[in-house]
Design a binder for this molecule. Structure first.
Ligand code: FES
Length: 108
């Protein structure tokens, strides 16, 4: 299976998020929190649409939760679980990845 480097994780600031577009029109986003990276499919479980209105902004005002800009659903950064809003109890789709010794993030 082919792998593709998505980003240099050293360039993603703490409490920030970044959106990506992969071949085949798959949209993902990454969040860095407490030095750890979380990677999800950019698709709200409520309507299956993208989460952000402003490019690369996937977090709420306090950077504590992932937030959908359409109806305000909020998700735990570490698990993707929806804890508030119309898709409560559902979760974002997590994407498997690894980070090499140079800090490059790869998905499989
Ligand atoms: S589309 Fe995300 S909360 Fe409705």
């Amino acid at each position: 299976m082919n792998s593709k480097a998505l980003l240099n994780t050293n360039e993603l600031a703490e409490d920030h998020s970044l959106g990506f577009n992969l071949e085949g029109d798959v949209n993902l986003f990454a969040v860095k929190k407490d030095g750890k990276i979380y990677l999800y499919k950019n698709s709200c479980p409520h309507l299956g649409i993208e989460l952000e209105w402003v490019e690369h902004q996937f977090l709420d005002a306090s950077n504590a939760l992932i937030q959908c800009s359409t109806h305000g659903a909020q998700f735990i950064i570490e698990s993707g679980e929806c804890v508030s809003g119309p898709c409560m109890g559902q979760a974002l789709s997590r994407i498997d990845f690894h980070i090499d010794d140079k800090g490059m993030l790869w998905i499989t």
